[in-house]
Design a protein around this ligand. Structure first.
Ligand code: SF4
Length: 426
C-alpha cells in the first residue's frame, strides 16, 4: 500500500498520472479494494474535480449513490431525463436526493430538434430502439462527459454475459477512465448493502422490476429470471449504447443500410429472428417458427407467454395450423426461389380464407419484380437483401403491374386472356 500511495502522490497532472500508471497496473493495484475505496481513489486521488457519475436511479442505483454520498456529496450526478421514465422513477430521484443529501444531481434532456426530427410521435423506441437510445441518452451524455477525464458507472459483472469480465477501471479510446466500483458486486451483495444501510427501494422493485430503465422498454421479470431480462424484452438489444463499447468510444446507432425489413414505406429495425437448431420452444420469443416445428411442439408454444411468429416454407401447409393462427403476431413466407410461386398461394389463403390480420412478410428471394404481386396477395412487409430491390424500394420505383392473370380477393378483376378492353384492373 505504501508503494501505491507514493505513486499516486507524485506531482504529475491527473491524466499523466493515469497514463503513467497504466490501466492494467491500476486494476491490479485496486483489485482487492472494496467499492468505497475504489471510488474514493478515483474521486480524491486519480481525477479530483474531473470525474462525474451517471445514474439511472433504477432498481439498485441506491447503492452507488450511497457510496457517492460517503465520498463527495457534491460529485456531479447526471440523470438522463429521456421523457420516457416511469413516474415512480422520477419520484425516486427526489427521494434519494433528499435521503442521501446529494447536492449536485443534474438532469440531461434530449435535444428538442432531434426529437422533432427523428421521433415526432414518440414511437421511435418501438421501431428503432438503438436510435431512440442514441438521441435520448448517448448524445446528451456525450456532450457533457467530454468535459470530464472520467466517469463512474454502476455496472456489475453478474448483470449480463457481456459484462462478465468487467474490471474496476477501463480506459476509453479517447483516454477517459470509466470507473466501476461495483464491478465485483453480486446480486446478494447489492441486497445486503441496501439492507445494511436501510436504503429506500425503487417503488417498482417489489413488483418484479429488477432492472429499471425507460417505461416502454422495461418489463417485470419472473422469479429466477435474469434481472436484466425485462429490458428490451424480445429485442436483440442488451445495452443502451452508452456502455456498449468496452474499450473505445460511445456506440453509435445502427446505420440505415444495415436494416433489411421494409414496412410501411421505410426500412426499419427488425425485432424478429429465424428459428435456429437447438432453440427451446418454451423460451423463444420474437422468433419465426417453421410450421413443422410448431406442429411438433404445439403444446409448448401455446403454453409459452412470449410473442412468436410462424415461418411458412415451400411445401408446408398453413391449413395445418389454421386454428392456431391467432397465436402468431407475424407470419413469414419463405420465397426460397423467385421461380417458386407457392408462397403467393399461402399468403392468399392466410388473408382471404383464414382472415389473418397480423404482419405478413416475405423472406428469402425477395426481388423487385415480385413485390407488386406479393402485395396483391396481402403481404405487407419485406425482408430485402438484394441491392437493386433495396434501391427500388427506397426510391419508391417499383414497376406497375397493368394486367393480372389471376384475380384476387373481393376486387372485381378480369384476368388476362379475356377480351382486351375488359382486362384493366379497377
Ligand atoms: S430505453 Fe427505450 S425509450 Fe429509453 S431511450 Fe432507449 S429505446 Fe428509447
Amino acid at each position: 500500500m505504501a508503494a501505491i500511495s507514493s505513486v499516486l502522490s507524485a506531482p504529475a497532472p491527473k491524466h499523466d498520472k493515469l497514463k503513467a500508471l497504466g490501466i492494467l497496473a491500476l486494476n491490479g493495484m485496486f483489485d482487492e479494494m472494496d467499492a468505497e475505496a475504489v471510488l474514493r481513489q478515483a474521486v480524491d486521488e486519480l481525477l479530483p474535480g474531473d470525474i462525474a457519475m451517471v445514474s439511472s436511479f433504477g432498481a439498485d442505483s441506491a447503492v452507488l449513490l450511497h457510496l457517492v454520498s460517503l465520498v463527495d456529496k457534491n460529485l456531479p450526478v447526471y440523470f438522463l431525463e429521456t421523457g420516457k421514465h416511469f413516474v415512480e422513477t422520477l419520484d425516486y430521484v427526489e427521494t434519494l436526493k433528499q435521503r442521501l443529501g446529494l447536492t449536485n444531481v443534474i438532469a440531461l434532456y434530449p435535444d428538442s430538434a432531434d426529437l422533432a426530427r427523428f421521433d415526432p410521435d414518440g414511437t421511435l423506441w418501438e421501431t428503432d430502439p438503438d436510435s431512440c437510445c442514441h438521441i435520448r441518452k448517448t448524445e446528451p451524455l456525450e456532450d457533457v462527459l467530454s468535459g470530464y477525464g472520467g466517469w463512474v458507472t454502476g455496472r456489475k459483472r453478474f448483470q449480463t454475459a457481456e459484462r462478465g469480465v468487467l474490471p474496476h477501471f477501463e480506459l476509453t479510446s479517447d483516454d477517459r477512465i470509466k470507473v466501476n466500483p461495483l464491478a465485483y458486486f453480486t446480486n446478494e451483495d447489492v441486497e445486503a448493502y441496501k439492507a445494511r444501510h436501510d436504503l429506500p427501494e425503487h417503488p417498482l422493485y417489489g413488483e418484479g422490476y429488477k432492472s429499471i430503465g425507460c417505461a416502454p422498454c422495461t418489463s417485470a421479470v419472473a422469479e429466477g429470471e435474469d434481472p436484466r431480462a425485462g429490458r428490451w424484452r424480445g429485442r436483440d438489444k442488451r445495452e443502451c449504447g452508452i456502455h456498449f463499447d468496452f474499450n473505445g468510444s460511445i456506440a453509435k446507432p445502427v446505420s440505415q443500410s444495415s436494416l433489411h425489413l421494409f414496412k410501411d414505406g421505410a426500412f426499419k429495425a427488425d425485432p424478429w429472428k429465424a428459428w435456429a437448431e437447438g432453440d427451446e420452444p418454451a423460451d423463444v420469443r420474437y422468433t419465426h417458427v417453421p410450421v413443422s416445428v410448431f406442429v411438433e411442439h404445439r403444446a409448448a408454444f401455446l403454453a409459452s407467454p412470449h410473442p412468436i411468429g410462424l415461418q411458412v416454407n415451400p411445401g408446408e401447409k398453413v391449413e395445418d395450423i389454421e386454428g392456431d393462427l391467432a397465436r402468431f403476431s407475424s407470419v413469414a413466407i419463405n420465397f426460397r426461389a423467385f421461380t417458386d410461386g407457392r408462397g403467393y398461394s399461402s399468403a392468399r389463403l392466410l388473408r382471404e380464407r383464414f382472415g389473418y390480420e397480423g404482419e405478413l412478410r416475405a423472406v428469402g428471394d425477395v426481388l423487385t419484380d415480385q413485390i407488386p404481386f406479393m402485395r396483391r396477395c396481402g403481404i405487407d412487409a419485406f425482408v430485402v437483401t438484394n441491392k437493386a430491390t433495396r434501391e427500388a424500394l427506397e426510391k419508391d420505383a417499383l414497376a406497375e403491374v397493368p394486367l393480372y392473370y389471376q384475380p384476387i380477393g373481393e376486387r372485381h378483376e378480369v384476368p388476362a386472356g379475356t377480351r382486351p378492353f375488359l382486362r384493366r384492373p379497377e
